[in-house]
Structure formats: C-alpha cells, structure tokens
Design a protein around this ligand. Structure first.
Ligand SMILES: N[C@@H](CCC(=O)N[C@@H](CS)C(=O)NCC(=O)O)C(=O)O
Length: 293
C-alpha cells in the first residue's frame, strides 16, 4: 500500500510499514533526530542522519499520520473527511478508486472485507497497541468520536439520541438514497416502478428528518456525528428528485452545515482526489452486478 516505506540502516534493505517506521522513530531516535528523520521522510529522497550512521530511503509518502483513511469521493467517504476536518486530526488519504476496482485489492479487503469504502486504520490507538482498523462509516464515526471525545455526547440519554439518528442514516437514509441514485441515474434501463419507489422513499425520509428538525437545530442536541452522517446524502438532493423548499427545516439545517469551514475543507479535499463526477461505462461494470467471489 502507499504507506510502505523502506528503511535502510546498517543492515540490508527491508520493507517496513509506516506503523513499524513510527515505532522505530520513537524507539530509537531522540526527539531532534526524530524530527530530522521526519522531514527526511517527507519526500522521495535519502539522506545521512546526524549522530547515527543511517541512510533512509523512502518510497511513497513516509510516516503515517495518526489516521490512514481509505477513501473515495462518495457520500460515505465524505462523512469521514468531514469528521476528521472537524476534529482536526492528522490523517492521510489513500484513494481507493472504486470505479477502477481498487476495493478488490487483497490489502484493502483485509481491513474492509465487504469491498466498500470508507475504512480507516488508527496508528495511535488509545490503548497504545497495534493499529486498529475499522470499516463501515457508522462504526468509523463512532470510533473516532469515542477516541477524540468530540461530536458525540457522553451523557447516556444524549448519546443514544445521537446514535439513534446515526443508525437511522446507516439503515435508512443511506441505503434508500443509494437505490434512488442507482435507479434514477445509473441503471441501464429506466424502470418507472423502481424509480418511483425510491424517489418516494427519499421524500418520506427527508420528511422524517424535516419534522425532527422542526424544534431543534441539529438531529440530536448539538451538531454531532448524526448530522455528519446525514449531510453528504442530502447534497445530491436534485439528482434524487427532491426540492429543499418542500422541507424548510431540513433546508435550514443543510445550509448551516454546508457553511461550516470543516465541511468546505472536506469537499475541497474530494475535488483534489477526484474532480470527475461522471461514471464511465467501465466503472459501472466494476460497481454493478457484483457476484460472489
Ligand atoms: N454501509 C457502508 C456502505 C459503504 C459503501 O456502499 N461504499 C461504496 C461507496 S459510497 C463503495 O465502496 N462501493 C464500492 C463497490 O460497490 O464495490 C458504509 O456506510 O460504510
């Protein structure tokens, strides 16, 4: 994977994961040399380090940030960049181009056996042990919220208010709107029954969230991972056959989240990774009609 690096000391060249490199830095070098090594690792170069007779050569990107994010520019992917930007956690994006089949790479399947993005590896878990990997965007949001103490209330009643709306998104809003996208935009034949079913179900779900937002600013108490999970699925509302004017509370909530600097940074990152919003016929072949493997 991209975060592999080669570290050459007095013994033969060996391949290390970025996690092993990080352990090496903290275990063998003092802070100053750690910094030298850190900056030496910033590019595709090699150098002699002061104090120890070591030569370091780096392939790809060098040391891992705290979080490795396996990501593509889709609503489920945006959820995680939004969280990471909100919480200001250092992270590295590893693009998994799902239209080109990257999700079937054996290394990716080891951490995401359902061949879906997003997935993360936390290189600095709170127990100080080996990295922890997590797949499923709801589980990732919960994991990151718990790790950082941010965007999920601690108090039990408030916490489960937020978790209910997070899992409402995971079980309802995401899958149903995903089917809406499929039948309205991507299916090779336009099947009126399927399109109508999912456009109506989308309207119903928008209505549920709109009602919920009638007497509160966010889905559950303060802005939380419940809102972060829902927002990217509302972004393509026009393609889903919806008009936000029909859902005034939802519209107010949507505009408030859209204006958040962290949300804007997350979507700017998406543009850097992939500015092409169309789906090629090759990508459709990869994504649709997957069978058992
Ligand atoms: N329930 C999963 C759904 C993830 C999902 O459907 N990811 C899509 C992109 S939004 C994907 O990776 N598709 C690749 C494929 O279908 O092979 C989650 O929320 O993480």
């Amino acid at each position: 994977m991209r975060n592999l690096a080669c570290l050459c000391l007095s013994h033969p060249l060996q391949t290390y994961t970025s996690w092993e490199l990080r352990k090496f830095v903290s275990g063998h070098l003092d802070g100053y040399l750690g910094q030298v090594l850190d900056s030496t690792l910033a590019g595709e170069n090699s150098g002699k380090l002061l104090g120890i007779n070591a030569k370091v050569s780096v392939k790809f990107s060098g040391l891992a940030a705290m979080i490795d994010l396996y990501y593509w520019t889709t609503p489920n992917g945006h959820k995680i960049t939004i969280f990471l930007e909100e919480a200001e956690i250092p992270y590295t994006i590893h693009p998994i181009n799902i239209g080109e089949g990257d999700q079937f790479q054996p290394e990716f399947l080891k951490i995401s056996p359902n061949n879906r993005i997003p997935a993360i590896a936390d290189n600095e878990p709170v127990d100080g042990g080996e990295p922890i990997s997590v797949f499923e965007s709801g589980a990732i949001l919960e994991y990151l919220a718990e790790k950082t103490g941010k965007l999920l209330p601690l108090e039990i009643r408030d916490r489960y208010e937020a978790l209910q709306w997070l899992y409402w998104q995971m079980g309802g809003l995401g899958p149903m709107l995903g089917q809406n996208h499929h039948f309205s935009k991507y299916a090779p034949e336009k099947i009126p029954y399927a399109i109508e079913r999912y456009v109506k179900e989308t309207s119903r779900l928008y209505g549920v969230l709109d009602k919920r937002l009638a007497d509160r600013e966010y889905a559950a108490g303060d802005y939380s991972i419940a809102d972060i999970a829902c927002y990217p699925w509302i972004v393509p509302y026009e393609a889903q056959g919806q008009n936000l004017d029909d859902f005034p509370n939802l519209k107010r909530w949507f505009e408030a989240i859209q204006a958040r600097p962290a949300v804007q940074r997350a979507y700017a990152k998406a543009q850097e990774v992939n500015s092409n919003n169309t789906m090629s016929n090759e990508a459709k072949k990869v994504l649709f009609g997957q069978d058992k493997r």
